[in-house]
Design a binder for this molecule. Structure first.
Ligand code: NDP
Ligand SMILES: O=C(O)C1=N[C@H](C(=O)O)C[C@H](O)C1
Length: 249
């Protein structure tokens, strides 16, 4: 995602890249971002290992990393009073509101416009169909993905639970045992393979019919473009608070 986001920033005339960060000891440290993203020439920005340096020199920072690194970014955002856009998933347990009380934070498990429109449709379907349908959420991603289920699948599940007025934590259901499916449970199924960018399906099923709402990402540019749009939007709306892509679509 780092390379995709850099490419998106380079082609977007509304923004300028102020810095880029990689892990201490990474082969990229000290290199110019140009050749790394396939440019013939240097772009005058060298990759640093200092998160603080990047926050100091930027108006807004974009993070797609890990839970641990996102936590460092949240702390730096507060320290340097800079807005943060994050798409990092697998972050259960991080209290985003604590940091968002001090600086603007935009977090979304999925930055694509399509998924965020689908999220609104899922909320509407859950409201209209009521609690009588079994809800099954399936996702498939590439074989390098670390977290499971995907952050997007979890957000779909939370939206359904919210619309059905049930506690999400108590109603998740995974099919890795032989129990018969409980009524009202929100089922999760996960597939991993090859280079799949990200497929999601939310199904509402009763004994007579099945409603399926699907999204398939074709290129990771969709996430990068959303993240850059979010960063521009966040700079224009600088009030501290917790935002998401739902505020943009
Ligand atoms: N919201 C959305 O739309 C999307 C979210 N994602 C999420 O974004 C995250 C990243 O995904 P992806 O790019 O595929 O994963 P990668 O593992 O390819 O990239 C993560 C990068 O973060 C770097 N990193 C980790 N810790 C640090 C640190 N402390 N300092 C500096 N760099 C660090 C890693 O470096 P190193 O390799 O050296 O460990 C790696 O280059 C995941 O949580 C994924 O689920 C992905 C796509 C879309
Ligand atoms: O890791 C990924 O690749 C993706 N992660 C996000 C998630 O966990 O939902 C979003 C997207 O589906 C790609």
């Amino acid at each position: 995602m780092g390379k995709k986001i850099l490419n998106e920033l380079i082609t977007n005339t509304k923004v300028e890249i102020a810095g880029a960060v990689a892990r201490l000891g990474s082969e990229y440290i000290g290199l110019d971002i140009g050749p790394i993203v396939g440019n013939n020439c240097n772009l005058g920005i060298k990759i640093t290992s200092s998160i603080s340096e990047v926050f100091e020199s930027s108006d807004v920072v974009i993070d797609f990393t890990t839970k641990e690194c996102m936590l460092e970014c949240l702390k730096a955002a507060v320290k340097f009073k800079k807005p943060l856009v994050s798409g990092t998933t697998g972050i259960e347990g991080l209290n985003l509101k604590e940091y968002a009380a001090k600086v603007p934070i935009l977090w979304s498990a999925n930055m694509s416009i399509g998924v965020n429109v689908l999220l609104k449709l899922v909320k509407e379907a859950a409201k209209l169909l009521g609690n009588e349908y079994d809800v099954e959420i399936w996702e498939m991603h590439h074989n390098l993905k670390k977290d499971s289920p995907s952050g997007t699948a979890i957000e779909f599940g939370k939206a359904v639970a919210n619309a059905a007025k049930v506690d999400f934590e108590l109603n998740q259901y995974s099919h890795n045992n032989s129990n018969i499916r409980g009524k009202g449970g929100i089922g999760f199924a996960v597939s991993r393979g090859g280079g799949v960018i990200g497929d999601h399906s939310v199904m509402f099923v009763n004994s007579d019919e099945r409603v399926e709402l699907n999204h398939k990402a074709i290129d990771r540019t969709t996430f990068a473009r959303g993240a850059v749009q979010a960063a521009i939007w966040l700079c224009e709306n600088k009030t501290p608070g917790l935002y998401s892509m739902q505020d943009l679509v």
